[in-house]
Design a binder for this molecule. Structure first.
Ligand SMILES: [Ca+2]
Length: 377
């Protein structure tokens, strides 16, 4: 472990408030630097600072403690793999609930898919709450061209074994976060951010309980996947994304700059099929379907793996590089709605609100995913 990792691990192991402060400031406090004799994690040389702005740094490892997580999701093929991944790490991630948003498909389909995914993981104990059936302001858009009419093409789809939980996802989020200790819950946003934004708007008093909102989305270097400028999750509800990024809660954006480079190919799929368990087969069948889409769209069997990158970040952040930067969401652009405007060079003079992740160790990611999918039924 590097000295930076040790320092960060010490900072992160202090207590919930200190960890939240680390995420918010991107550096250790002077007191902790003095105590450990180590430099802040995101320090960099002056030339890089002057020419390119903030440089991405390898993220520190974190102690293997168990964290409380609520996953907001719109399954969705890559969502399904991400949720399986998270449910396969119960010693690290206490998945309190799945809250479901409209997104890849209408809510009636995404909530049903969420219940199927928990069945595949053998985890009918994880409640599933349905949230907003539409974005805050705009008309919904769907991604059935990618995920199929079922939202989850590939595996055999069964009738979900357990019911939807009573109550609205936003009410669940507010109630749960109100009774949680400060900085004790990670919110994961794998779909449009409508539910999370609505909860933050309705009950700003829940903010201290949230240690971090980890969002799959945004792009700066690689462009969007729904328009040239924007990524699906943020384009589908730019106003909601703006609420979340401006909320003051520490945001981590696992951007497409990183996630779009985690390529799926037939060679990457085979190890999952060979695992021999149900979950491995489900993952392989989902990715086979994604390869069929890739053939139709690009004429070549290669496609990106998005949502599972967020779970890898939660389990092993040292597989990623990122930087603390100010990020704004475009809500009014004629061609750029939902785009992430990332200020690496300090033009906006705004305080950094986002840990922007733009690089990933791809082999490390696949190793971690495979190891976890292998643990499932
Ligand atoms: Ca998703």
């Amino acid at each position: 472990m590097s000295t930076a990792h040790v320092a960060a691990a010490q900072a992160l192991s202090l207590d919930a408030t200190s960890r939240r402060s680390f995420l918010a400031t991107g550096s250790l406090t002077l007191a902790s630097v003095a105590a450990t004799g180590m430099l802040p994690v995101f320090a960099q040389d002056a030339q890089t600072q002057a020419l390119l702005g903030v440089a991405a740094q390898q993220l520190p490892a974190i102690p293997a403690i168990k964290r409380s997580v609520i996953i907001d999701t719109d399954p969705g093929q890559d969502d399904a793999i991400a949720v399986l991944f998270a449910l396969a790490a119960p010693e690290r991630l206490d998945v309190r609930a799945l809250t479901v948003s409209v997104g890849n498909m209408p809510l009636s389909i995404t909530e049903k898919n969420a219940r199927r995914v928990r069945d595949w993981a053998g985890r009918t104990d994880v409640p599933v709450y349905a949230g907003y059936p539409r974005p805050l302001i705009r008309e919904p858009i769907f991604a059935d061209d990618v995920h199929g009419k079922t939202g989850l093409d590939g595996p055999m789809l069964h009738e979900p074994r357990g019911p939807l939980s009573q109550g609205h996802a936003v009410d669940y989020l507010i109630k749960t976060l109100r009774s949680a200790e400060a900085g004790s819950v990670v919110l994961v946003g794998l779909g449009p951010l409508t539910n999370i934004a609505a909860a933050l708007n309705m009950a700003p008093d829940i903010k201290p309980a949230i240690s971090e909102v980890v969002v799959l989305g945004g792009a700066w270097g690689v462009g969007g996947n729904i328009t040239p400028a924007a990524t699906f999750n943020l384009y589908a509800d730019p106003e909601a994304a703006s609420v979340v990024f401006r909320s003051g809660v520490p945001v981590t954006a696992v951007s497409h700059d990183a996630a779009r480079r985690v390529l799926v190919t037939p060679e990457r799929i085979e190890p999952f099929r060979r695992l021999g368990n149900t979950a491995g087969k489900v993952v392989a069948n989902i990715l086979d379907s994604a390869m069929d889409f890739a053939m139709r769209r690009r004429g070549v069997k290669v496609g990106p793996m998005y949502d599972p990158c967020v779970i890898a970040y939660l389990l092993q952040p040292e597989l990623f590089k990122g930087a603390r930067v100010p990020v704004d969401i475009e809500t009014r652009g004629e061609f750029t709605a939902g785009a992430t405007v990332v200020d690496f060079r300090g033009y906006t003079k705004r305080k950094a609100n986002t840990l922007w992740i733009n690089s990933v160790d791809i082999d490390g990611f696949y190793g971690l995913l495979e190891q976890h999918i292998a643990r499932l039924p």
